[in-house]
Design a protein around this ligand. Structure first.
Ligand SMILES: [Zn+2]
Length: 95
C-alpha cells in the first residue's frame, strides 16, 4: 500500500507554494497590477559567482484599457525559491 501514501503527498519534498505573487503600481496611471511567478515553470537557472540562482523576467500591463505602460519586472530567487533581488522599470513594487 506504499504507493497510495506517495500518491496523496506523504513525504513529498515539493514546496506547496508554487506561485510567488506580487503587486506593482504603474508609474503612469497608478493602477495596481498583480503579477505572479510560476516557481515551477517561469524560472531559468543562472550562475553567479560559484552558486546558481533562478532568474525570471516578466512584462506586465494594466487591464484598464486606458493605459498601455509596459512594466518590466526582474526577480532572482535562490535554489530554494526564496526571493533575493527584485527590480522593476515602469512601475514600483506595492503591497
Ligand atoms: Zn498604467
Amino acid at each position: 500500500m506504499g504507493f497510495l501514501k506517495n500518491l496523496f503527498g506523504g513525504g513529498s519534498a515539493k514546496p506547496e507554494k508554487r506561485y510567488y505573487v506580487f503587486n506593482v503600481k504603474c508609474n503612469r496611471c497608478g493602477e495596481i497590477i498583480e503579477g505572479r511567478v510560476d516557481l515551477d515553470n517561469d524560472l531559468s537557472l543562472e550562475f553567479e559567482d560559484n552558486h546558481s540562482v533562478y532568474f525570471v523576467r516578466k512584462g506586465l500591463m494594466g487591464d484598464s484599457g486606458r493605459c498601455f505602460q509596459q512594466i518590466e519586472v526582474e526577480m532572482k530567487f535562490t535554489s530554494t525559491r526564496e526571493l533575493i533581488e527584485q527590480k522593476t522599470t515602469g512601475g514600483t513594487f506595492a503591497e
